[in-house]
Design a protein around this ligand. Structure first.
Ligand code: AMP
Length: 631
C-alpha cells in the first residue's frame, strides 16, 4: 500500500496534525487525546524529555527547564538583535556556539545539555510523529509542514533539517496562509473566479496572503507579513502592564523565573478570556509576600488600548499587501481568518472596518485550519487511493523569468517565466580575461534585455579559477527553484576534479512579486520590445569587440610580437577601454570602433594564426531574438 501523507502545523505556541482521507480532513489527536499539542518541551530533573501539555504543566515548577517559542529562534543567528529582544524575560538560558547559532542550555541531573533550536524543533516533530503512528497504527514518514510565508531561506532550511532529524521526508513546506485558504476552499465550493485575503495571526508570526481562485485552481497573488508579531507579543504587553500594577499597588516586582512564568501564563489566560468576556480577573495566589491572594481586574478595553499599536500594525500590513497586489480592495470577495489570535474581537472589528464593514469568514477552529490545509496539500501529493483528491489543485509557476547578466549587462535567461515549480535552468559561461581569477554572478528576475531594468535577487563570486587564456575557463551556472520557496544558485568551474564550486540560496516565495508588479513588468517588456532588440544587438556587438581586443592582446603577448605590431597593440588596448565604457545609445561610436579594429587587426590576427579569436562573420549574421522574449 502506498504511504499516507500527513500535514503538520508546526506553530510557535501549538502544533496540530491532520490527515486527509476518504474525502475529508481529520485532526489527529495526540497521545493525551488533545487536538493541539503545545510547542513546549520540558527536561525533567532526572531524565527523559516531555513534550506538549505535560511539559507545560511541569515547567510551572521548574521554568528554566521548560523550552517554548523555539520557532522564533529557528534559522536565526545568535547576535541578531531579534534573538535577544524576543528572548528577553524567557526563563531558559541561551548561549552562542562557534557558528554563531543560538544554543539553549539545560541542566538535567547535573548534566549540561546544549540544544540548537533546530534540534529542539525536531524533538517536537518526533513526538508528533510518534503520536500519529500510534493513532494510525502504521509508520508515517511523508509530511507537508507549514511555515510562515515570510520565513527566509535559513528559517526554511532549519525547518527542513529539524524534520529530517525527526525522521520525516518533507514533500513541501507550505506557507501558512495558503494552507488556511486551501481549507476554506475545500469547505466552500465556488465556480466563480474570486479573490480572498487570508489574515493569519498565530502565537509568534503574522502572515497575510492574497489568493485568486479560478475553477479548481488556486494561485497566490501577493504575500506580506511579520515573522515576529503574534499572540506572544500581546502577552508580553500584558505582563508589563500587570507588573506595573503589582509594583504600584503592592510594591512587588516579579523577579524569580517561576513568578514570571506564572504571571505570563495568567496573562495569556486573561487575554483569551477577554475575547469572550468584557472583563476578567487575574488571580495570583501566594504570589506577593504577606498577601494570600492578589486579584487584578482587567477590562477588555484596557487590553485593547495596550495592544492598539500592534493591532494597527497588522492592518497596515494588510493594506501594504493589497496595494502591492494591484487589486482593488473591493474586489476582494472573502476575508479568511486563521490563527488563534484572530479570536480577539477588536482585531476582527478593525479588519471588518478596513473592508467597509465586511463580514469575515472565521473558522470554527482557527487553530486547526492550517494543519488541515497542510493535509489537503499532502493528499494532492499522495499516491494512496484513500487520499485521492479531485476537488482542487494548486499551480505554482515561476511568475517572471530568472537569469544572470553577461559581462555587458545583458540578461541571460536561465528559467523562463511560467515554468512549473520545481524549475531548473543551466548555462555555461566563459571567462573574459587572460588568467581571470574570479567570476561574479548576479541573479535577476524580469523580462527585459538589460539587467538594469530587471530586479536584482542576489549575487555571489566564484574564486580561484584555474588560470587560462581568455575564454578558456568555463563555469557552469545552474538555478533551481524548489517547492519549499528556496532558489539555489550554483556555479561550478568545469575541470576534472570538479572541486571549484559555490552555492547561494535566495528566498523565493511566490507572491513576493504581486500580480500588479508582474503585469507592469510584462507590459514594459512588450512596450520596450523594440528598444530591447536594439539593446541586444548593441550588447552582442559590444561583447564581441571587448572579447576580440582581449584575445588579440593575449595572442600578441603570447607570441612575443607586441613590439612588432605596436600600433595595433595600442589601438586594441584603447579600443577595449573605450568599449567597456560605452553606454547604450552610443551605437555609432561602437560601430566606428568595430570598423577600425576590423581594418587594423583582422589581417594581423589571420596572418599570425591567432588562437581563440571571435569571428567577424558571427557579428554580421542575423541574431535570433525570439528566445529572449517570453511574453
Ligand atoms: P496558533 O499559533 O494559531 O495556535 O495561535 C496561538 C496564539 O493564539 C497564542 O498566542 C494564544 O494565546 C492565542 N489565542 C488562542 N485563543 C485565543 C483567544 N481566545 N483570544 C486571544 N488569543 C488567543
Amino acid at each position: 500500500m502506498e504511504d499516507l501523507v500527513i500535514g503538520i502545523d508546526l506553530g510557535t505556541t501549538n502544533c496540530c496534525v491532520s490527515i486527509y482521507r476518504d474525502g475529508h480532513t481529520k485532526i489527529l489527536e495526540n497521545d493525551s487525546g488533545g487536538y493541539i499539542t503545545p510547542s513546549f518541551i520540558f527536561f525533567p530533573s532526572l531524565d527523559g524529555i516531555l513534550v506538549g501539555e505535560h511539559a507545560k504543566k511541569m515547567a510551572e515548577s521548574k521554568p528554566e527547564n521548560g523550552i517554548y517559542v523555539i520557532k522564533r529562534l529557528l534559522g536565526k543567528k545568535y547576535d541578531e538583535a531579534f534573538t535577544h529582544h524576543k528572548l528577553n524575560g524567557l526563563p531558559f538560558q541561551m548561549e552562542c556556539n562557534s557558528a554563531n547559532d543560538p544554543v539553549i542550555v539545560i541542566n538535567q541531573s547535573n548534566k549540561i545539555l546544549k540544544k540548537t533550536p533546530q534540534e529542539l524543533c525536531s524533538i517536537i516533530l518526533q513526538k508528533l510523529k510518534n503520536d500519529v503512528e500510534k493513532k494510525l497504527r502504521k509508520e508515517v514518514n511523508k509530511v507537508v509542514i507549514t511555515v510562515p510565508a515570510y520565513f527566509n531561506v535559513s528559517q526554511r532550511e532549519a525547518t527542513l533539517a529539524a524534520a529530517k532529524i525527526a525522521g520525516f521526508s518533507v514533500l513541501k513546506l507550505l506557507n501558512e496562509p495558503t494552507a488556511a485558504a486551501l481549507t476554506y476552499y475545500h469547505e466552500n465550493d465556488s465556480s466563480e473566479t474570486n479573490y480572498s485575503l487570508v489574515y493569519d495571526l498565530g502565537g509568534g508570526t503574522f502572515d497575510v496572503a492574497l489568493l485568486k481562485r479560478e475553477k479548481l485552481n488556486i494561485e497566490i497573488i501577493s504575500v506580506n507579513g511579520d515573522t515576529s508579531l503574534g499572540g506572544q507579543d500581546f502577552d508580553n504587553l500584558l505582563v508589563d502592564y500587570i507588573s506595573k500594577k503589582l509594583q504600584s499597588t503592592y510594591n512587588f516586582k516579579p523577579k524569580e523565573k517561576d513568578e514570571y512564568c506564572i504571571l505570563r501564563s495568567s496573562c495569556e489566560q486573561a487575554k483569551k478570556t477577554l475575547s469572550f468576556a468584557e472583563e476578567t480577573t487575574i488571580n495570583l495566589r501566594g504570589f506577593v509576600e504577606n498577601h494570600k491572594k492578589v486579584e487584578i481586574h482587567l477590562k477588555r478595553e484596557e487590553f485593547e488600548t495596550i495592544a492598539d499599536d500592534l493591532f494597527q500594525r497588522t492592518i497596515q500590513v494588510v493594506d501594504n499587501c493589497i496595494k502591492a497586489s494591484g487589486i482593488q480592495k473591493d474586489c476582494i470577495d472573502e476575508v479568511i481568518l486563521s490563527g488563534g489570535s484572530t479570536r480577539i474581537p477588536r482585531i476582527q472589528k478593525m479588519l471588518s472596518d478596513y473592508f467597509g464593514g465586511k463580514k469575515l469568514n472565521t473558522f470554527v477552529n482557527p487553530d486547526e485550519c492550517v494543519a488541515e490545509g497542510a493535509a489537503i496539500q499532502g493528499a494532492m501529493f499522495s499516491k494512496n487511493p484513500e487520499q485521492e483528491i479531485t476537488k482542487m489543485q494548486m499551480t505554482d509557476v515561476i511568475p517572471l523569468s530568472i537569469g544572470t547578466d553577461n559581462h555587458v549587462g545583458q540578461m541571460i535567461f536561465l528559467i523562463k517565466r511560467n515554468t512549473a515549480i520545481p524549475a531548473f535552468g543551466t548555462s555555461n559561461f566563459n571567462t573574459l580575461d587572460n588568467n581571470q581569477t574570479h567570476m561574479s554572478i548576479d541573479i535577476y528576475e524580469g523580462e527585459r534585455a538589460n539587467v538594469q531594468d530587471n530586479r536584482f535577487l542576489g549575487e555571489m563570486t566564484l574564486q580561484d579559477l584555474t588560470p587560462a587564456p581568455p575564454g578558456q575557463c568555463t563555469i557552469k551556472l545552474s538555478i533551481n527553484v524548489d517547492e519549499n520557496g528556496i532558489l539555489t544558485v550554483s556555479a561550478q568551474e568545469e575541470r576534472e576534479d570538479g572541486e571549484n564550486n559555490k552555492e547561494i540560496k535566495i528566498n523565493y516565495v511566490r507572491g513576493n512579486r504581486s500580480e500588479g508588479e508582474i503585469k507592469n513588468t510584462l507590459t514594459d517588456a512588450e512596450e520596450y520590445k523594440k528598444e530591447d532588440e536594439r539593446f541586444i544587438t548593441f550588447s552582442e556587438r559590444k561583447s564581441f569587440l571587448i572579447k576580440y581586443c582581449e584575445r588579440f592582446l593575449y595572442n600578441l603577448d603570447a607570441k612575443n610580437i607586441s613590439e612588432k605590431y605596436r600600433s595595433a597593440y595600442e589601438t586594441c588596448q584603447e579600443t577595449k577601454l573605450k568599449a567597456e565604457q560605452l553606454n547604450f545609445q552610443e551605437e555609432n561610436i561602437l560601430e566606428n570602433l568595430i570598423g577600425n579594429i576590423k581594418g587594423q587587426c583582422e589581417a594581423v590576427a589571420q596572418s599570425n594564426n591567432f588562437e581563440f579569436m571571435p569571428e567577424f562573420v558571427d557579428l554580421d549574421s542575423d541574431l535570433d531574438l525570439s528566445d529572449y522574449f517570453t511574453v
